[in-house]
Design a protein around this ligand. Structure first.
Ligand SMILES: [Zn+2]
Length: 74
């Protein structure tokens, strides 16, 4: 991700960084409500990232669960 692609919520941004470090692909759509996607290329699974989550903690946990379940796909 480039510098302009940071998520405005720091807990979500931290979870996205963990996903990237685990080898997952993070894409940014610049859609107001849907920030983007975290994608596991080997198995083609993905999770949506909200741009304006009601709870940034819950959104970060959702991303972390996805990261953990796909950490060993590659
Ligand atoms: Zn996977």
């Amino acid at each position: 991700m480039g510098l302009g692609d940071r998520h405005q919520k720091k807990d979500v941004e931290a979870a996205l960084k963990r996903a990237e470090r685990a080898g997952l692909k993070v894409t940014h759509d610049k859609n107001r409500h849907r920030w983007g996607w975290v994608i596991c290329c080997p198995c083609n699974d993905f999770v949506k990232v909200h741009g304006t989550p009601q709870s940034q903690g819950n959104e970060a946990n959702k991303i972390d669960r996805f990261t953990e379940s796909h950490r060993n796909c590659a």
